[in-house]
Design a binder for this molecule. Structure first.
Ligand SMILES: N[C@H](CCC[C@H](N)C(=O)O)C(=O)O
Length: 260
């Protein structure tokens, strides 16, 4: 079977995007999705995203990690999907779409910068070594020294598979503060089972966790990730974070055909 795909990346978190409005794609074929995401035997990506029709919004987002399994919300993938929808002529400069964690409003400017509204966060679980919260995907957040030489893959894997997070596991973010409202993070991603160059729900989780734990008083946070820079902004009232926006570039790389 031949598939047309579009490759996108958002601060180095990369995706195979497929226009599935005609529902031709075999959504339950885990092995096919894993192969398409394989960086040697396939196209190569951290995840695969289907754009589908929806009765009450501009489109539906269906997200798969590179292990081939459907998963929870992907912030960078959501931003790339907005750019893809514009490339297909489905939207112009703003949209509302539906994803596994609910509705998302987003805008895209002429420079391809996408600002994506993320779900509200009403629970930030703090303890002495780390913070846990869900920004559409589950995230463990902990401060580390010497982040630039930290063993993210091994240390992240230990936490992801630990008793802390049971069978479902969690994404794991390691953070250092570089200024009052600036942080650097590196992320071990569940379902990729490796460090990725960026994680949008992770950057969102780090920004909220840093505010919740008093590391910053700002509500506009700059995140340096391995693949670039993201901005997260929010409103906080009585421990509830709303109007949460994840902003950054979403870039079309190439269009291709693959027999698989
Ligand atoms: N690996 C995540 C989903 C993708 C998250 C990440 N790519 C993002 O940009 O938010 C999970 O299974 O929870």
């Amino acid at each position: 079977m031949q598939y047309t795909f579009y490759k996108y990346q958002g601060t180095g978190n990369d995706f195979v995007m497929i226009d599935n409005r005609d529902l031709h794609f075999p959504k339950n074929d885990t092995n096919l999705i894993e192969k398409l995401c394989d960086r040697r035997f396939g196209i190569g990506a951290d995840g695969l995203i289907l754009l589908e029709n929806d009765d009450s919004t501009d489109f539906r987002m269906v997200y798969y990690n590179s292990d081939g399994n459907e998963s929870s919300m992907c912030g960078n993938g959501g931003r790339c999907l907005v750019a893809f929808a514009k490339q297909l002529g489905i939207i112009d400069t703003e949209t509302t779409f539906i994803a596994t964690d609910g509705l998302h409003f987003a805008t895209i400017n002429d420079a391809g910068i996408v600002s994506l509204q993320m779900k509200d966060v009403d629970e930030v679980r703090e303890n002495d070594t780390h913070v846990f919260l869900n920004t559409g995907s589950p995230h463990h957040v902990q401060m580390v020294e010497d982040l630039h030489i930290f063993d993210v893959r091994n240390e992240g894997s230990k936490i992801r598979y630990s008793d802390l997070y049971g069978k479902a596991g969690s994404n794991v973010n390691f953070v250092s503060q570089t200024d009052e409202n600036k942080f650097r993070l590196r992320t071990y991603e569940r379902g990729v089972e490796d460090e990725t160059l960026s994680c949008g729900t992770g950057a969102t989780a780090v920004a909220i966790a840093m505010k919740a734990t008093g590391k910053t008083n700002s509500s506009i946070i700059e995140l340096q990730v391995e693949g670039g820079n993201l901005e997260v902004s929010f409103t906080e009232k009585n421990g509830i974070f709303s109007h949460v926006f994840l902003k950054g570039p979403a870039t079309f790389v190439y269009k291709g055909e693959i027999d698989a």
